[in-house]
Design a protein around this ligand. Sequence first.
Ligand code: ADP
Length: 435
Amino acid sequence: MGEIWRASQFRMALSLAAALLLDYLTGLPGVFTIVLLLWWLRQYLRGTWNYHHWLQGDGQLYPPEGKGVWADIHDLTVRRIKRQRQRAHQGVQLMREFRHAASALPDAVIILDNRKNILWMNHRCETLLGLNPVKDVGVNLSNLIRTPAFIQWFARQDESCITLPAPLNNRIRLQYRRIPYGHNRHMLLVRDVTERERIEQTRKDFVANVSHELRTPLTVLSGYLEMMQDAELPEWQPAVAQMREQSLRMQHIIDDLLTLSRMDAENLLENQQALDMPAWMQTLAKEARALSQQRHTIELKLQSDQWLQGNESLYQAFSNLVSNAVRYTPEGGQITLIWRTGPEGGEFAVMDTGIGIPRQHIPRITERFYRVDSDRSREAGGTGLGLAIVKHVLQQHGAHLLVESEVGRGSTFTCAFPTRMLRPSAHATTGLTTS
Ligand code: ADP
């Protein structure tokens, strides 16, 4: 209990004692005590009324001052009001800081409610999207950005990004990203990626041009080396054989680089068709047997006769996985090719009983030129680009690669396709086979 309460109680006890003494001395029993009680009651009622009056009105910030206990209540209330005002002030300051920071962002930021009405946007929206940060608040976003590709993407409700030409200038490329938060709120981030795309394109063009330029001199060199191998130069044969091997490796690297550049350049989704997976599986198995040259057991498990809607480049991806399985499985091992479909989509898998991949390397093996063991990859005729091609092709199709592997036991590479890519077989009935 506070000081004031104690002092007040002491005062009350003292005045009660005085009233009782006066009652006794004057011979008027109860009179002074009753007067005292009535005075206390009046003070209490007055204090309560003043407070009530203050709470009801909205003019005065602080409560009326009082005496005794009411003075204590007054101080406590004033302290609390000051604390709250300080907190509110800090909140306003923080909000102001946030707005300044958001305005200074190089990206456009739009906050939307569950109906896509704009709640707030920063000033960058004006330059990037041509929106008015004051007038357009409250307006539905689909009335302001009307590009069909944007509307379609926005309706998808996922967290993917989309890059489109800017509404005001189609030479500027904008990347849109939607971030859901809180209760049905969305933040739309819009970034100018023109420069980034230009640099990326320059890099791609450079790789493509270098690969292309190297191709011709390499073909000439390979031709001469072939001639030298046929010539009667016994002392040169080991050197020529090695040079031929190395030039072939370079050719493979250039071919893979050009394949990647071509895939980068063309939109694989534009050239789609229904791919006869059962027929492809047979061809892939044949390819595996040719590569293996009887060193492995090749098994084909065709568990579905469905086809796949996609670009023909998928064949290259599957072929790379088959080739890896053969190259990284020692003699006597088993390689199984599987095509299966179900309610969750389609899966093309290559299982091998090969050398396996240490766990820490798995996340990186799809990077360009990443190899677990460079010498082994070279010996196996690898370029370090096979899985990069697989990943690229799958990504473009909205599919993904799953890798399971155990050192010394083998690996399984699975290409998982969404249901929307599956097509019924165009043949009447094809027997499902295991061979
Ligand atoms: P490379 O041309 O070197 O085979 P890839 O991109 O195809 O390049 O593969 C990257 C690396 O992943 C390989 O160097 C190898 O270390 C590892 N790898 C790929 N497939 C397999 C497999 N089936 N078994 C074991 N290791 C594999």
